[in-house]
Each structure stands twice: as C-alpha cells, then as structure tokens.
Design a protein around this ligand. Sequence first.
Ligand code: ZN
Ligand code: ZN
Length: 342
Amino acid sequence: MKKQEIFNIFAQNKSNRIIEGESSGILNWDDIRLPQMYKLYRVLIGNHWIPSEIPMNVDKSDFPMLPTNTQNTFKRIIGLLAVLDSMQTMFVGDVREYLTDSSLEAVAAIIGQQEVIHNQSYSYVLSSLVSYTEQLEIFEYWKNDPILLKRNLFIRDAYQAFRESPSPETFFKALVADMVLEGIFFYAAFAFFYNLARDQKMLATSQMISYIQRDENQHCYFFAELYKQLLIDFPQLNIEQNKTFVYNFMDEAVRHETEWAEYVLDGIEGIDLDEFRGYIRHIANNRLRLMGLPAAYEGVSNSMPWIRPFSDEALNDTLTDQFEAKPRTYTKASQDNDWDDL
Ligand code: ZN
Ligand code: ZN
C-alpha cells in the first residue's frame, strides 16, 4: 500500500479514496470529501481535557478505605487500560500514514493525541494512589496475567498484521479490531468505575474515565465511518466472507470481555455479572449497527443505562464543587453531538 505523499502537485485537495487514493495532501476543511469529518473534528477539539487539572485528593483518601478485592480490581483495570491506550496511539499513527485524505489524517492526528492523554491519566491516577514501585508493577501486569495477555494479543495480532504488511485486506481487519478495542474492551472498566461513583467513591478517577468514554465514543464513530467508506472505495472487500469475519471477531471479543469481567468484577458489590453478560452483547449490537450491519444478538437491551459519560451539568453540579476543581471551559461543541449514546 502506498503512503500519502507530503504533497502531490498533480492531485486535487479533495481525495478520491480513503486509502490508495489521490489527494494533494493539503487540508482545506471547506473542500473535503466526507463533510461529517469537520463536525467530528470540532467535537473532538471541544472535548479536550487534561488529567492533571482534576485534583486527586479525595480519591487519595478513598482508596485505602476500599475493600482489598476492589483495590486489586482497580489496579488490574488500570493495568489493562494503559495497554489499550498505548496500543491505540501506535495504531492510529500507522493508519495516518496511509490515509490519502487530509481531513481523515487530521482527525486521526487529534485522536492519536487523545490516546496519549488517556495514558497520562493512568500514570497520574496511579502516582497519586500507590507507591512508585507499585505503579511500575501495575504497568507490567499485562505481561504476566494470562487473561489480560490473551485479550490484548487478540487485538495486537490484527494491528501488527497491518503494520507488517499494509493492504486493504489487513486494513479492513485492523478496523474491525479497532471497533473492538475502543467499543467493547473498555466496558468492564466503565462498569467498575461508574459503580464506584454511584457509591460516591473514587469520583476523580471516574470523572477521567467518563471523559475517556466520551472520547472513545467519537473514536468509534470515526473508525466506523472509515470501515463503511472502505467498503465503498473497495467493493471487492464487501463480500460475505468478510461479513462472517466481522461477526466471528465480534463474538470472540464479547467472549473475551465477558471472561475478563468474570475475572475482575466477581465479588464487586453492586455489579451483577449476569446483567453485564447481556449488556456487553447489547454494546456489540450497537457497534455492528454503527458499522452498517445488522445486530448479532437478540433479546438484549441496555440493562446498565448508568454506564454512560457523565453530563457536564452533572459534573459541574456535584464533582466540581466537591473537588473545587477549575470549571471546565473547553467544551463548546459537544452539546450538538449525536454520537454520545452510541
Ligand atoms: Zn483512549
Ligand atoms: Zn480511542
């Protein structure tokens, strides 16, 4: 696959394909092929946040009071998230090189930056709650924990295949893996932190997780748009065999996330694992619909409606007062955004 040239004087600014296309390399937001990318760009910019602006002092006093199993789950989950966002920074960087559309490349640049910020939040949270030695250990969990390793390799293999031999086929599979990483693999973590927040515990960490979920929802939208556009630009990929691949991959992802939830959330007060099993299928259905595909699982619904980003009003009413945090001033564009409930 060819990389986008820095500039190509023979091509138009507006691209003709998302990869393997022709475009000048110059970005003019008023001359782009997929106009929804300008709206997405503004939403992403409006959602900007910085972990270190969220004071950790209340969480610092909450953490030692949590039951030991809850503390262990907290550390395991942060250990997972740190790997997911690290992988994601690299993957988005790989994708950027091959996008032959300046608006997509620009949005990917912002998304890559957000993944770096997500990683900053994990270091920031741990440095506030545990010793430096323990922080280093938590960032190593993924190497030694077989369940963690298995689910991370599942994504890593698809990303690595694209890195090693980039082609429309490996790109297609990597996009499906991306939908799983950003759209399925965070959900046991969201359940865990929002459950703590319902109990008024670890509210600063949960606030960061809420911002991360808001970002990830937009990233899912972006990659689903890439997925659908890829099938339009490369109709030879729009075949039954690939559709089967998507459903099988999603189904395996649901199994991984369920197994992970059973492993880390078992015995956590307030979490009903049966409910989570149905809920994660409901989320998988949503991801498939976003990709323009029919749902895979029947008889499931949004049984855990409290797993969603906190609204800015709720944050301003409760959390901000409690933490005496600076009021957030970045968000201007996110209110008109319809993708938050995806
Ligand atoms: Zn992220
Ligand atoms: Zn993301």
